[in-house]
Design a protein around this ligand. Structure first.
Ligand code: ADP
Length: 394
């Protein structure tokens, strides 16, 4: 029987994702999602030990949604009382300059997350709703905020500061905050443990629908590709990644577009979707296989951007010992991995083609023993990482 668990909550503007985690074994005991909060047709899916319960009902607000989740735990199990929940861990995207690690939630922490809303306008208000109803409905356990930005809060100044006018940057808090930090920290930590080395120079490629790359030296993040917002860096499912900011001025002046239209274009209608019509990498590959030239070009652009970042980060660190692939594309897309690694030959990267072909739910080393860089596919687990971080404050 489990001795202790953490309930992890990721509250979005119209959804609540949750998972009950055993932080010691790493096992997920139950998980689910409340969707379309505030819509006429809401839904809740609750999963435990291979069983699944689906409810379709209007979910007027986050409070109702979470109370329904607690009812499902009661009725379908596992019983939260018996699971001995020792903490609730809340994912928070933007921790700004305040948080370099997890924070035990009190009114002061809530006020700071609120203060950071202008830097995380899509996410922080939604997290605050989750935190508010969570603290009401689960008042007996400590609540901990775990920030996506925390791992990057102590980036070296030369990596965090843009070449923007200092006064303007400081007045408006414009700097590199990064994102996906929980994943980069978790994966780089696990790799250091696997390789039994605490001095590693690592590059972590978190390639999901959103994608980012980080450079980590001896456990400390020294660079990351997402910036003030998650828009910067790699080519993503729907985001441009790096683009000359003057494209914004150009679109305002020449195309007469509004700032909101450009925001939408760059964040939702660009990247693989904007280049090919398909956001999902599996669909992009289908187009490639059917001979679609735009899709082939898009893959080349995607891999080229990765190659540039790996070169840059290797230079920043003065070498690289380990490169790790994680998240949806990183864990599953052997072709992207193969195309990229082939072009890392100059670094002494050698890939075992058979190992690379495996679709892994477990970590797999895909480099050969004589490769000068250890290349691993490592499934990320942000819920477990949040649960373990929350525990450090209990
Ligand atoms: P996020 O958490 O950012 O939504 P994920 O890490 O779940 O994203 O990754 C989702 C993406 O992973 C999908 O959009 C898809 O492009 C990609 N993906 C998932 N499975 C595969 C696969 N077998 N081959 C290629 N890409 C895949």
């Amino acid at each position: 029987m489990t001795t202790r668990t953490v309930l992890v909550i990721n509250s979005g503007s119209s959804s609540i994702k949750y998972q009950l985690v055993d932080p010691d074994s790493g096992e997920s005991l139950a998980s689910g999602i409340v969707e379309r909060i505030g819509d006429a047709t809401g839904s809740i899916t609750h999963k435990r030990a291979g069983e699944r319960t689906d409810i379709t009902e209007p979910v007027p607000d986050h409070g109702f949604g979470l109370s329904e989740v607690l009812r499902l735990f009661d009725e379908q199990g596992p019983s939260l009382a018996q699971a001995h929940v020792v903490a609730v861990g809340h994912r928070v995207v933007q921790g700004g300059h305040y948080f370099s690690g997890p924070a035990l939630i009190d009114d002061d922490v809530v006020a700071k997350i609120e203060e950071l809303v202008p830097l995380g306008p899509l996410h922080n208000p939604a997290h605050l709703k989750g935190i508010e109803v969570g603290r009401q409905l689960l008042a007996d356990v400590p609540h901990v905020a775990v920030f996506d930005t925390a791992f990057f809060q102590r980036l070296p100044e030369e990596a965090a500061r843009y070449g923007l006018n200092r006064k303007v940057a400081d007045t408006y808090s414009i700097r590199r905050y990064g994102a996906h930090g929980t994943s980069h920290q978790f994966v780089s930590g696990e790799i250091a443990e696997r390789l039994e080395r605490d001095d590693l120079k690592q590059i972590v490629l978190h390639l999901g629908n959103g994608a980012s790359v980080s450079a980590v030296v001896a456990g400390r993040a020294v660079e990351t590709s997402m910036g003030l917002t998650p828009l910067e860096g790699l080519v993503m499912g729907g985001r441009t990644g790096d683009i000359d900011p003057a494209a914004v001025f150009h679109l305002v002046r020449v195309a007469g577009m509004s700032i909101d239209e450009i925001d939408h274009l760059f964040n939702w209608e660009s990247g693989m979707k904007g280049l090919t019509g398909q956001q999902d990498m599996r669909e992009v590959w289908r187009l490639v296989d059917a001979g679609d030239q735009n899709a082939r070009d898009a893959i080349d652009i995607y891999v080229h951007r990765l190659l540039k970042y790996i070169g840059a980060y290797t230079a920043v660190m003065g070498g690289v010992d380990a490169i790790t692939f994680t998240a949806g594309i990183g864990e599953n897309d052997a072709r992207v991995r193969a195309e990229l690694c082939k072009r890392l030959d100059y670094l002494g990267v050698r890939i075992d083609t058979e190992a690379n072909a495996v679709r892994a739910s477990e970590p797999v080393t895909i480099s050969t023993p004589d490769s000068s860089v250890v290349v691993t596919v490592f499934p990320t687990n942000e819920e477990l990482a949040i649960a373990r971080q929350a525990l450090t404050l209990i």
